[in-house]
Design a protein around this ligand. Structure first.
Ligand code: GSH
Length: 211
C-alpha cells in the first residue's frame, strides 16, 4: 500500500493542490477517483469520511489511516511530513498563511465556482455566474499585482501559498482569461512549471464521466 491515498478527481483544482504537493515531495501516494459529477460526495459513506462533503480527502496510511480534509490542512500536514514548502521563520509562515486564506476565501472559491457554473453547469451569462466571474477576476488582479515584482507569493522561494493559489490556474481557457493580460501570474506559473517533478492536473489525477 502507498503511504497516502488522495480521494480526488482530475477536474478538481482543489484536489490538484494536494496532488501537486505530493508530486513535488516525491511522496509515495495513489489517487482514488471520486465520482463527483454523480454526487458521490453527497453520499452517506463519503459524509462519514468528510462531513463537509468536499474533495479532496487525504488518508495518511503512515499515521493509522488518519483522514484529512481542507486543502490548507492537507498541505500543512504534508509539509510537516516532508519538511518542504514552509518557510523557516514565523513571520514568513504567517505571510504564507495569509495568502492561503486569501486563496480559500477570494481566489479559488470564486474562480472554481465560476468555472463549475459556466463550464459544467452551462450557466455562462446568468447573473449568479457573472457575479462569480467578477469576484474571481478581482482576486486574479490582486494576485497579478502582488506578483508584478516578485518571483513567489510569500517568500523568495516556493511555499504552500504558491501551491494553493495555482490550483485552478493551469486552465486559463476554462476561466476565460489569457495570461498575457496578467504578466505577473504568467511568469509565476512558468516558474511553478519549472519546479522539479511538476505535472499538470490531468497527469496526476484520474478522470471519468463529467455528468
Ligand atoms: N475549501 C475547500 C474547498 C474544497 C471544494 O470546494 N471542493 C469541491 C470539489 S473541487 C467540492 O467537493 N465541492 C462540493 C460542495 O461544495 O458541495 C478545500 O480547500 O479543500
Amino acid at each position: 500500500m502507498s503511504d497516502y491515498t488522495l480521494k480526488s478527481f482530475a477536474e478538481s483544482g482543489n484536489a490538484y493542490k494536494a496532488a501537486l504537493m505530493l508530486a513535488l515531495c516525491k511522496a509515495d501516494w495513489q489517487a482514488e477517483w471520486v465520482d463527483f459529477f454523480k454526487g458521490a460526495t453527497r453520499a452517506d459513506d463519503y459524509r462519514k469520511l468528510n462531513a463537509m462533503g468536499e474533495v479532496p480527502v487525504l488518508v495518511d496510511h503512515t499515521q493509522d489511516d488518519r483522514v484529512l480534509s481542507q486543502t490548507g490542512v492537507i498541505l500543512l500536514h504534508l509539509a510537516d511530513r516532508h519538511d518542504k514548502f514552509v518557510p523557516g521563520n514565523r513571520a514568513d509562515e504567517l505571510e504564507m498563511l495569509r495568502w492561503m486564506f486569501f486563496d480559500n476565501h477570494k481566489l479559488t472559491s470564486y474562480v472554481a465556482t465560476y468555472r463549475f457554473m459556466s463550464r459544467f453547469m452551462k450557466k455562462e451569462g446568468e447573473p449568479e455566474t457573472e457575479f462569480l466571474k467578477g469576484r474571481g477576476m478581482s482576486a486574479l488582479k490582486v494576485l497579478d499585482g502582488h506578483l508584478s515584482n516578485r518571483d513567489w507569493i510569500a517568500t523568495n522561494q516556493a511555499t504552500l501559498a504558491d501551491l494553493s493559489c495555482c490550483g485552478y490556474l493551469f486552465w486559463p481557457d476554462h476561466i476565460g482569461v489569457s495570461w498575457d493580460d496578467y504578466p505577473g501570474i504568467k511568469n509565476w506559473l512558468s516558474r511553478i512549471q519549472n519546479l522539479e517533478n511538476w505535472q499538470p492536473p490531468e497527469a496526476l489525477l484520474p478522470t471519468g464521466p463529467q455528468t
